[in-house]
Unconditional design. Sequence first.
Length: 612
Amino acid sequence: MKLKIITWYRLGLMNIATVAVYRLLKKMGYYRYRLPIKHLASSPIFSENTALKSVKCEINYFSFHSIEVISPPNWFINPYKSAKNRGGVLYKDHVSPLLTQHWSSIPDFMPELGDIKLVWELSRFDWLPKMAWTYKQGDKNALPLLELWVRDWINKNPVNSGLNWKCGQEASLRCLNLLLSTLIIDNCFKKPSNGLLSLLEAHAARITPTLRYAMAQDNNHGSSEAAALFVVGEYLAIYGDTQQKALGQSWAKKGRYWLENRVEHLVMEDGSFSQHSVTYHRLFLDSLSFVELIRAHLDIAKFSNSYYLKMQKATLWLYHMVDDKSGGAPNLGANDGAYLFNLENREYRDFRPSIQLSLAVFLEARLINKENTHPLLTLFNINTHKLALAPNKPIAQLLQNGGYGLLRKPQGFAMMRLPVFKFRPSHADAHHVDIWHKGINIIRDGGTYSYNTDDAFLQYFSGTASHSTIQFDGKDQMPRLGRFLFGDWLKPKELYLANDNQCIRSSYKDSQGAFHQRSLINCDKGWKVIDKFDGFKSYAVLRWRLAPDDWRLEQNTVVGTQFDLEFKSNLKISLKLLEADESLYYMHKQSIPVLEVLCEEAGSIETLISLH
């Protein structure tokens, strides 16, 4: 109990109280009274016409899984669990009454449904601006098709009814995609239909009563919902009827306040974001880049200077974390497959388009490779060729606020995750090292896979065993208190960057008394990692998660075609080359080689990573 109390204190007592009040109000039926179920009129949204014949469409779930759906799709089934899912096709299925109740009556986890995100994915409306973009490129059939889908969604999802109104963030991202689509489709933005205005109004009304709950999460739920309230509010204040104008002004004011608040609170001085995740960092940047583009497009007053300074720092954080050659980044932290505004179906793990977007919006800068542009820049007529080049990346960085160390070489870089947790950790990944060489992630992280899967997978992917670090006695570095919560957050005993910018060092002692010091060194042959450890009970396992290759074990050396690992130690160590799971995309996993170095005594191990 003491551990929980300490963790609650770290999370913030006000945040804990806010969550408790939200759950109490939900149980009491307050939200059923405040947000009653209602039906919107069946009226045009973007077009008078809808598609006449049923067709099959390919949808990229989480920007990776290509799944064929009928038109319009079933908005309530999990394509991975549906009993009638044959050959990847989603067939119309019986909808459980549970899924059509008021959203506040639906449980958070339903085993028969599986991962709720697989149902939410279609209702996030990522497909909508993609179809609109296709229409803008000349495919006239795309407009009646998207109109059919939107109207069918409205008909099957009465306001505040069912699974797809349950989450304020999902409603917010739907708003952003709706507004983006109005910009893409000719004349829709400045001449919106009554149907579109009513739909946006209903969403903003859904978001507002649970806004404090979103803020209590201290993550992108709050920033996404503030973004939606701001842009929808400003849009309604300009184009809505008399009542919508008044509501819009109120919502826009509230959205502006919380955007300023979230950026100030969640973005640290070194540009790190609260969620310790590259994909969530991208989601944060994409959503706020869109907010800024809409703000400028509508000629609305700017945000504060401190807001823009923090957004510049957040932009540079992701820019520094990305490999220039491949556009990839360390598979760091939680990953739910989110990729906003991916209109051209770019590779999910290529972060360069989003970096180019935020660089242009917040720093008036561009990447060297002019091909890595973003369709929003085209849509808003921003010519990146006229922008100055982005600044050179530093040789070394110690990001002490967020907990990251970076060292660079001409052909790659290394990142070390430091034991710093101002906000709650989602992974037990202290001292994980990620290495990139010639565009390849040669030493890597395990990823996330799914938020609602077997307990073994949940614990593995977020636990210490799925990272390139040391694990003591088969335990995670921090004790688990729940599905998404660790206790006894680690604190660094030292954080050090050498004066010559060639070495980063960090150490911690966990709640069980185990001590680990790791030094990451930039050396002539490649990279050297020195691990010193003691205080464990039985054994320690050093893991290096390797890029797929033709590996062979030769005494204390592991030889590959791209790089070798050589081990030196004053201890008796044993090496084992095996395979383990890796997840680069949500709901996808594959096997990769993992080298385990086992020792049963306190001491040190030196790993020399020689690059070819």
